[in-house]
Design a protein around this ligand. Structure first.
Ligand code: UD1
Ligand code: MG
Length: 464
């Protein structure tokens, strides 16, 4: 066995070691530095505990910073490992140093640009924690952080085409748009880049707005990271064919198993795995302290840094369409939030659930309308209420009311438009940790759906 003597993935074991270091490092580091964060004023009240907004316990905030720093340090120390096999052979056989032809400059550039994007995202997240940038302003920030990654994607001839089902392809041809396509492949060109530019904005902010209860930011990052990791592992030739056939990983057209897992594709997923395994370690280590009742808060730093990590590996690894499937709960939460984010419905500073001190349970929080809301707001809320996404309260009309809107009985309050409140409407009231587990369960369900779409239906949608 040649593969026994010369392991194909020399850095895999090292990477596992780094991931364990990331986990133990995060478990150890966070309490060590918590005190200094509080001393510098980086602390927030745990709002869903007795005392709440005014008297809730102070918890150190922005502990995503030591986590991101540890992660970046480990990823920097890891750089030589994937290339270590190159150090020995050519240098020992001749005097010449590694020439540019023999060294995989491209992989190194991909790796370094990902680190640069992560570093920028961490900095921006931390600035947000310090100065509380308004969300409207912080939306476009990750675009800046993604430029290095995108440029490298472009420089290595990044693909901008998507594969469409055959039927759609022939339909396009029949309406005269066939010229854009090679068989059923559409080249989206600049539009695809627009998608890639917006991807980091989405991944970072969508984690940040699915927040507010202990553990939830970190748990979702952990599950997404595990999902990406599993997806990467699928591309490594380490599985027995019968197992893969059992799970249906078969190309429906020619019956071959995992025939997408060849050459460059394997390398790209290996690179993604090198980033995701230590990230999983960090998330798990930090969850240790962030789990209910939280001893540390992640802050926006953590949301930005993990969100950017997902975008960076997906762009570099050419699986940005698969990645977005792992964000199904976040997409739901974002779409549901839109009326509040874009000003149709009032958006308070905090939309987290409402804590009932008597029962220690969470109920949906509400946005209250002091006067009848404008018609467009009413239309949106009625649609959402019809879809059972919000719960409305209406004023009973009083005999003396002159205003026609009041006579009809206007909407007095609506639950805040978040997935957490949505879950509470249907499954609540719940304890804070139960709601977190439920959200994690939804995330796992989302990932399972993602795998089904990607490898079931999606084998016609997705090219390599
Ligand atoms: C986002 C949400 C906001 C939510 C907040 C909670 C949007 C548009 N913004 O704002 O609705 O209330 O996250 O993180 O959806 N906190 C807790 N328990 C936790 C985590 C956080 O009480 O488990 C509180 C703490 O007071 C903490 C603060 O939330 O200090 C952090 O809020 P921050 O991350 O700055 O809020 P945003 O990201 O701006
Ligand atoms: Mg936040």
């Amino acid at each position: 066995h040649q593969s026994r003597q010369q392991p194909r993935f020399p850095a895999l074991q090292a990477n596992l070691g780094f991931s364990l270091l990331a986990f133990t490092g995060a478990v150890w580091l966070v309490p060590k530095v918590s005190e200094s964060f509080v001393l510098k004023g980086l602390r927030g009240r745990d709002l869903l505990k007795p005392g709440g907004r005014t008297n809730g316990p102070w918890i150190p905030e922005s502990l995503g910073l030591p986590c991101a720093s540890l992660y970046l340090a480990l990823m920097m120390l890891f750089i030589p490992f994937p290339f270590s096999h190159l150090f020995k052979s050519p240098l020992s056989s001749s005097d010449s140093a590694l020439g540019p032809e023999s060294f995989p400059q491209r992989e190194l550039t991909l790796y370094l640009s990902s680190l640069l994007s992560l570093l920028t995202a961490t900095l921006l997240g931390f600035i947000d924690d310090l100065f509380d940038i308004r969300w409207r302003h912080k939306l476009p920030i990750p675009i800046v952080a993604a430029v290095p990654t995108l440029l490298v994607y472009y420089s290595v001839g990044g693909a901008t085409s998507v594969v469409l089902p055959k039927a759609v392809g022939s339909w396009f041809s029949s309406i005269g748009l066939g010229g854009f396509m090679r068989s059923n492949i559409v080249d989206l060109g600049p539009i695809y880049y627009l998608y890639l530019v917006l991807l980091p904005t989405f991944t970072t902010n969508s984690i940040n707005i699915l927040a507010g209860i202990n553990g939830v930011e970190v748990l979702q990052a952990l599950i997404i990271s595990l999902s990406v990791l599993l997806n990467d592992l699928l591309f490594l030739p380490i599985w027995s064919p019968s197992l893969l056939r059992f799970f249906g990983f078969q190309n429906p057209e020619n019956g071959r198993i995992l025939d997408w897992a060849i050459g460059e594709v394997v390398d790209r997923h290996l690179m993604s795995l090198y980033f995701m395994a230590p990230l999983t370690g960090i998330c798990l280590g930090f969850l240790w302290h962030n789990w209910y009742p939280a001893k540390a808060f992640p802050g926006d730093t953590f949301c930005y840094f993990t969100g950017m990590a997902f975008s960076a590996v997906a762009i570099q690894g050419h699986f940005s369409k698969t990645l977005i499937l792992f964000f199904i709960p976040q997409i739901f939460n974002f779409i549901l939030s839109c009326p509040q984010l874009f000003g149709l419905v009032d958006c308070p500073r905090h939309r987290l659930p409402h804590y009932d001190e008597k029962t220690n349970l969470l109920n949906p929080s509400k946005v209250i309308f002091d006067e009848p809301p404008p018609t467009r707001t009413v239309i949106v809320l009625e649609i959402l209420s019809f879809l059972r996404l919000v719960k409305l309260e209406r004023n009973l009309p009083q005999p003396g009311d002159k205003d026609r809107r009041i006579q009809k009985g206007y909407i007095k309050s609506s639950t805040n438009l978040t997935i957490l409140n949505f879950l509470l409407i249907h499954f609540g009231p719940l304890r804070e940790d139960s709601l977190c587990i439920l959200t994690g369960f939804v995330q796992v369900l989302g990932s399972a759906t993602a795998f089904a779409i990607r490898y079931g239906v999606g084998s016609w949608f997705y090219g390599g």
